[in-house]
Every structure is written in C-alpha cells, then in structure tokens.
Design a protein around this ligand. Structure first.
Ligand code: XMP
Length: 329
C-alpha cells in the first residue's frame, strides 16, 4: 500500500543511513520545483548538515534571487548560500551571440562558482567538530532525466547540453546523491506538497538553466536583461491576475535581435522588440501556442510598451513546436 508519506519517510531514512551521523551534503538550488523538493527532503533528513547554494548568474528573472532566498530560508528553513556572480557571468557573456556558446559559458561558469563555494564550505567544515567533511553532492535528477541520458548517448547527446545526469564534473571529488531519481514530475509535485512547499512553487513553470541569456537573441547586455525582466514580470503578473497561469505550461517574454522604430510622445524611438510566448504542452517535446483573448492581449502588450523603457514594439508569437522550439534559442 504505497503512500507518498511512507515514501518520504523511507527516503529520509535512506538519506540518513547513507550520509551517516556527521556527513555533510551540498546541492545547487534554482528556485524550481525539483531542486527545492530535493533540498527540503535533505533539510528534513539532516538539518543544517545540508547546504543549498544558489548561484545568481545575472540572467535570472527580476528579483528572483531574493525571492528564492526568502522562500527557502524563511519559508522552508533551508540553509541557503547565495553566490552573487552576476557581474562575472555578464562579463563572460559580453559580445557572445551564439546560443550554444552562451549555454557552455553559463554551464561552465556555474560549475566554477559552485565548486568555489563548495571548497569554501569544506574549509569551514574543518572548523566544526560536530560535523564531518562535505562528501556528498545533491542532484534533483528525475526519472525522465535518467532515461533521457541513457537514450541520448552518442552524437545526439549534444541536443541537450543542459543535463549533466550520471556524473559530476570530474574535479569535484564528491559522491552523488539523487533522492528523486525514481520519480516522475507529478510525483515530485506530490512530494513537494507533502513536504509543505507552497502551491505556487510546486506548480511553477519551468525556467531554463541558461535563463534570460537564451531569451535574448544575440548578444546579452545588462540593459536588455533589465528590459526582458520588466516585460516578463508584467506578462506573468497579468497571466496570474487573469487566473490563467495554471492552464499554461510555460509563458515568458523574450527579446528579438535588432531594433525597430516606435513613437513616444512626439518623438521617434529606436527601441527593442519584445516577443511574448505562452504554450500548452504535456511533455515539452511538442507544444501549441496558447490563445489569449484579443482585448486582454492588446492591453498587456500596451502596458509593456508604455511601462518598460526602451521598448518600441511588442509582438505575440504563435508558432507551434515543431517547427519552432519553446525557447527562442
Ligand atoms: P525547447 O526550447 O527545446 O525547450 O522547446 C523545451 C524545454 O526545455 C527548456 N530548455 C532548457 N532548459 N537548459 C535548461 O535547463 C537549456 O539550455 C534549455 N533549453 C530549453 C525550455 O525552457 C522548455 O521548458
């Protein structure tokens, strides 16, 4: 007679046995459901011997690092270390417009930042006699990720450069712990609810690891990031206000390459082009664009054009996947 409660208890017992009385665990969190559920499970199992790390890569959504900090620390009691590396990431991304290069820079720099923090915490652990060394690395891998990494061996592995299932960067001498590797997404959500994680977080739309960098076509600049953050915040808050968030699988603002002419007051403005996208999908392999009420959409588009400085035009994108992907890059 399988219940989520019994499964959670069993996992907690398994983690305790694995890690031992003094062992310490480190794990990255993003604010998404998988890493938050994994982190909360760790917190329940070993308390402050679990260290969550959030790397702010400068291409998160507006106010996101702060919001994740609040939810995890104040809301869930998880010990969280925020690494503000936004200048470092933005510096490395400067002038880079190839999407795969952006992904590589963000992935590699993330590993470097995470490793540096892990070294720092390991050094600190030497001075805390009640706890042992950091030996373990938590990863919120789900069952579909495990399957995908098995079936994508070979040249097609580069289709998705964002999964690093089945191994850590070699220079990290840590053992992998993956408490969610037998679960599907709906089971992770059920576990999250069982662990007291807020509804909004459990049902949050996915957000890609390379963040807004792959939602800005072409080179990333701090100004473009600011504009996409502001446009996205308006779009998402309007979707929530209309009660549509739960009907949409993923919605976001992106920025097209180049500029267009618009008009502000009696001035011509050479400004950026924002594209809004919202999709319905069950598996993210295929997707349909979401159909909003036309008047509602016009109002949201106008709000963004009027409120976000530097925007000349706002378009709504209606491509399906395939042939388009969900993200623009
Ligand atoms: P596409 O654009 O391939 O997206 O239709 C399918 C799903 O995957 C997400 N995605 C990514 N997630 N790193 C990630 O962590 C990435 O590089 C990446 N690219 C796409 C996308 O947000 C959507 O949910």
């Amino acid at each position: 007679n399988w219940t989520m409660e019994a499964f959670v208890d069993k996992e907690i017992a398994r983690i305790r046995a694995l890690v031992g009385e003094k062992g310490q665990v480190i794990g990255a969190v993003s604010g998404g459901v998988d890493s938050t559920v994994a982190a909360k499970l760790m917190k329940e199992a070993i308390g402050d011997r679990f260290h969550a790390v959030l790397v702010d890569n400068g291409v998160l959504r507006g106010g996101e690092a702060k919001q994740v900090h609040q939810t995890l620390t104040e809301g869930l009691g998880i010990q969280l270390h925020v690494v503000d590396a936004s200048q470092r990431f933005l510096g490395l991304l400067d002038g880079v417009s190839d999407p795969e290069k952006k992904r590589k820079i963000i992935g590699n720099t993330f590993i470097d930042c995470f490793q540096e923090k892990a070294n720092e915490l390991t050094a600190a652990a030497h001075n805390t006699p009640q706890a042992g060394e950091i030996e373990w690395f938590l990863q919120g891998t789900l069952y579909p990720d495990v399957i995908e990494s098995i079936s994508f061996k070979g040249p097609s592995a580069t289709i998705k450069t964002h999964h690093n299932v089945g191994g850590l960067p070699e220079k990290m001498h840590l053992k992998l712990i993956e408490p969610l590797r037998e679960l599907f997404k709906d089971e992770v959500r059920a576990m999250g609810t069982n662990l007291g994680i807020p509804h909004d977080l459990v049902w949050r739309h996915p957000f890609p690891g390379p963040g807004l960098a792959i939602r800005i076509i072409g080179a990333v600049t701090p100004e473009k990031v600011r504009i996409v953050q502001e446009a996205d915040a308006i779009f998402i808050s309007e979707i929530r206000a209309a009660g549509l968030y739960g009907q949409i699988a993923q919605a976001f603002a992106a920025m097209m390459e180049g500029k267009a002419v618009g008009v502000v007051g009696d001035q011509r403005l050479h400004g950026y082009i924002i594209a809004l996208r919202a999709v319905s999908t069950s598996d993210f392999m295929t997707a349909d664009s979401f159909v909003f009420d036309g008047e509602w959409l016009k109002r949201v588009v106008n709000r963004i054009g009027n409120e976000v400085q530097g925007v000349a035009r706002v378009v709504y994108e209606v491509s399906s996947k395939p042939p388009a992907t969900i993200e623009f890059e």
